[in-house]
Design a protein around this ligand. Sequence first.
Ligand SMILES: *Cc1c(COP(=O)(O)O)cnc(C)c1O
Length: 390
Amino acid sequence: MNFIHQIEPYLTENDIAAVTDYLRSGGWLTEFQKTAEFEQRLAEFVSAKHATVVTSGTAALYLSLLALGIGPGDSVIVPDFTMIATPNVVRWAGAEPILCDVDPQTLCLDLNKVRLRPDTLAMIYVPINGRSGDMQQVRQFCRSHGLVLIEDACQALGSQSAGQKLGTFGDVGVFSFTPHKIITTGQGGAIVTNDDAVAEKIRKLKDFHRLQPGVDQHDGIGFNFKFTDLQAVIGIEQLKIIEERIEGRRNVWRTYAEQLADIEWLQFLPLGSDDTVPWFADALLNGVQKQPFLDYMKQNGIGCRTFYPPLHTQPPYADQTGEFLVSSDIAARGVWLPSSIQMPSDELNRVVETIRAYTPQAIEEQQTPLPKPHWDLAKSRVESQQSASD
Ligand SMILES: *Cc1c(COP(=O)(O)O)cnc(C)c1O
């Protein structure tokens, strides 16, 4: 019985051929024409004016902050539930992240809970797992409070809000190409923007602040966050079939959500919109212990992954004040099921059958900090629909 990993990269013969062809072509490996082509295809795919690729999603976020002029003395709103790179880059830039609780339906930053300070200049909004909520509302919120909006769309390439691609709602949007993301170039990230000056600043920052590519004249202190053509040829192939890759992610999510719909202790969050591309198949455990479930799956040759911890519980962010009820709750209960798009249907079935055969262990009140799901998703959904119709 093979082990089913929680996630494996999806590579095709075309990726392999493209790399081989490139290596035989005499290219110099570093970024050049293939990188420019990848950037152009990416910009076209999301309908942005500029796309610039760099070494990682983290580097892309960091350069975004610098290019937008966020630094010491500024604070930035960041969700409490995201990959830790999101607040880390704020600290790298010398600014201060202010963590904010998340919304129980989208798992994204809850605009009603944002605590603004006089020094708050920006928000990094993270469409977590492809869910975004209403991006026009997010944009409107930032505009009305004079905040710069950075969309950390690392998990959301191809997802849309009201027909517009995520990553294009903010002043800048960022993507990641690490192996488990929607497309992968091994490592890598991209910044998209419609702002010529920001794009130019980012281009300089990633390349030693050169006035022109390849010219050793510098009008500032830059980094070397350049991409490579070797990576770009893989990225180009993957963008060519991005619709297939997206459909694969949808298929995995749909299979579990449909075939496990009657399992009461496992709750699939609605995608919210047909425009959402689920990056991972995510689910919340209801009233049952997480670790025994993960152990059981592993014993049966199936890798699952627990949600990110809420960031305020991580030592670098332990100084954050405020209430984080929803992020604490969903992080305690959330698991990512195997989500590789190339999983054959017999493997998907194996995951389904293994879960169906499980006898969950109820949570014992005294032993867990979050004894039972105190956040009733169904209830909160009804309430928010009611308040939306008020
Ligand atoms: C993956 C990810 C990142 C970091 O991207 P890297 O390419 O791994 O540096 C940042 N933010 C979010 C939300 C991510 O999912």
